[in-house]
Design a binder for this molecule. Structure first.
Ligand code: PEP
Length: 264
């Protein structure tokens, strides 16, 4: 089964309003047409409306959010609901990023609730899972990911097949230390197996990799059979680098792509 590749840029809490509008326009301008993959940018929440204006009238570059509220509506000061995001044209939403799990103490339960709210609002959640360096060293990677996945699976049941999963090893995010293609492939395959064991149509679910992906390592990662795209942080702030990664994803999805995902 072919899964459509997805490359999403997480701009985190960076850039001024003017800089982020300009970056969106630059990515849009450099993006080649008719690529066989979905491309998403996730600006900071207060810039989503302005970036939506830049993206108006085209369907090539999609809008994403970095987070969504765990509740649908009401007295939740500072939160932004899925419906509010959808109204602005947002299509995807990152949920449970490790930076939010760490700094905002988001629990697995909160991540599961947010995932459910995103789906209810018509957004595709990109649910982040990942182990720390200590957990990997102790051999706990599969257990940790299974635990994180369980909370979401319990909340969603069969709707788990509608999410995108992002395997984001915490030790690789923003560190320049990327998981090797073999390491990432092994975890992605194990995650797919874990979903199949929960009765979900796992072969349909896109699992993207995140953690210091850049133009130099993207093609090798994206050529792995269970890696369906990338969630990109630092390299997403440089239009050329981001578009290079998108092009690598596009090449790896084309019939005839070699083992390295390159059309020579
Ligand atoms: C991220 O923020 O999700 C991420 C993967 O960041 P980076 O690419 O900078 O490691």
């Amino acid at each position: 089964m072919t899964r459509r590749k997805l490359v999403a840029g997480n701009w985190k809490m960076t850039g001024s309003l003017a800089a982020n509008r300009a970056l969106a326009a630059e990515v849009l301008e450099r993006l080649p047409g008719h690529l066989p993959c979905d491309v998403v940018i996730c600006p900071p929440p207060v810039h989503v409306a302005a970036v939506a204006e830049v993206l108006q009238g085209q369907a090539q570059l999609l809008l994403g959010a970095q987070d969504v509220a765990a509740e649908a509506d009401g007295a939740y000061t500072g939160d932004v609901s899925g419906a509010m995001l959808r109204e602005l044209g947002v299509r995807y939403c990152i949920v449970g990023h490790s930076e939010r799990r760490q700094h905002q103490h988001e629990s697995n339960l909160a991540v599961a609730q947010k995932t459910q709210r995103a789906l209810d609002a018509g957004l595709t959640p990109i649910v982040c899972l990942g182990e720390t360096a200590q957990q990997r060293d102790a051999g706990w990677t599969d257990w940790v990911l299974g635990h994180q996945l369980d909370a979401v699976a319990r909340a969603l049941g069969q709707r788990l097949a509608e999410v995108v999963l992002a395997y984001e090893p915490v030790w690789a995010i923003g560190t320049g230390q990327t998981a090797s293609p073999a390491q990432a492939q092994q975890v992605h395959a194990a995650l797919r197996e874990q979903m199949a064991q929960r009765g979900v149509a796992a072969e349909r679910v896109r699992i993207v990799y995140g953690g210091s992906m850049n133009p130099a390592n993207a093609a090798d990662l994206l050529a792995q059979p269970d890696i369906d795209g990338g969630l990109v942080g630092g390299a997403a702030r440089v239009a050329d680098d981001f578009v290079d990664i998108v092009e690598a994803a596009g090449r790896s999805a084309m019939p005839g792509a070699g083992a390295m995902g390159k059309l020579e």
